[in-house]
Design a protein. Sequence first.
Length: 390
Amino acid sequence: MFFVQAVEGGAPEVGPQGIDIKGWADYFLAGNELWRFGALLAVIFLGVLAARIARAMVEFFSKRLEKKVESKLLELFLRSMASPVGIAVFAVGFYVARFTLKFNLQDIAGEPGFSSRVFMLWGQISKAILAIAVSYFLYRMVDILEYYLKVWTSRTKSTLDDMFVPVIRKTLRIFIAIVASLFIADNILKLKIGPLLAAAGVGGLAFALAAKETIANFFGSINIFVDRPFQIGERIKIGGFDGPVEDVGFRSTRIRTLDGHQVSIPNSMVANEKIENIARRPYIKRVANITITYDTPSDKVEKAVQIIKDVLAHTEEVNRDADLAPRVFFNEFNEWSLNILVLYWFTPPNYWDFQQTNERINLAIMRGFEAEGIEFAFPTQTLYVKKEDD
């Protein structure tokens, strides 16, 4: 029977349910008196209580240091310790609780107590919980590295650095979780993970073949972070899309087109496409063709060219460097007009300021032409009809 009374001589006095009412503490459960299980429960409870107290104390000290700038490292360290300390204290309490029970370590038939396998498994579980506490502490320590990386990236002009910090954090945490899991399974729980790793290798190969696009996008994101062809907020042209960059993730880069649509472009495409970074241009070039009518006299054509040159000369935003000075030429006889080519470079390269300046220049040219009686041309076609005599 599972329950056995520990009294000598005679049959035990039993109640309605078959249990000795007078001496319940003298009964055995798997070779252990029932009071031992009460003690086991009490020790586990005390372990949980001690864990909560230890965690609360560490959190209390970390909050006291929160407002002290010079103690930021210690404050982050204590904050990272809070939960792992609680788990570690519980692991110690769980290990100590084992000694409230009897174990038959030699597995001798008839001897009271749980088997040696239970004793060993109990110890392995306790060590595994302690290893989880240490691993969780290292996992939380990544927050300290993240904090100082953010401080460093805030001093740089690059906005991609700010996005690279979460990538480092996630990578380190995944690495710690994998290494800790393998260590606990192999060295503490003594599980045979060799066949599991071999199967995982075959499965990983199949997974890699199925997820090659995802892997290509991941390495594309690394190329973006390393090469830095653009920053967050900069306007770029790529793959027929034009707009500012909103976000760069592991899989895709999101830009907001000038039409207001959000477009997600796979990072593998971003890494292989030609990227035109419009935001980094030092100036904006304008090429305009101003057409006047064919019946305009030559002196008026020269006057039209001079009017345009004067307007550009009095516009401060037009670049006047030797290589980027404005150019105005009467360069072409079109089918229906005389063409004046106008080129100039606008600085600083703000698109909307550029458009406002274009408007001022256009209005000034129109006023100058109106004052001189110069007419703009529009597409026309003249038809000559020759009438022959009968």
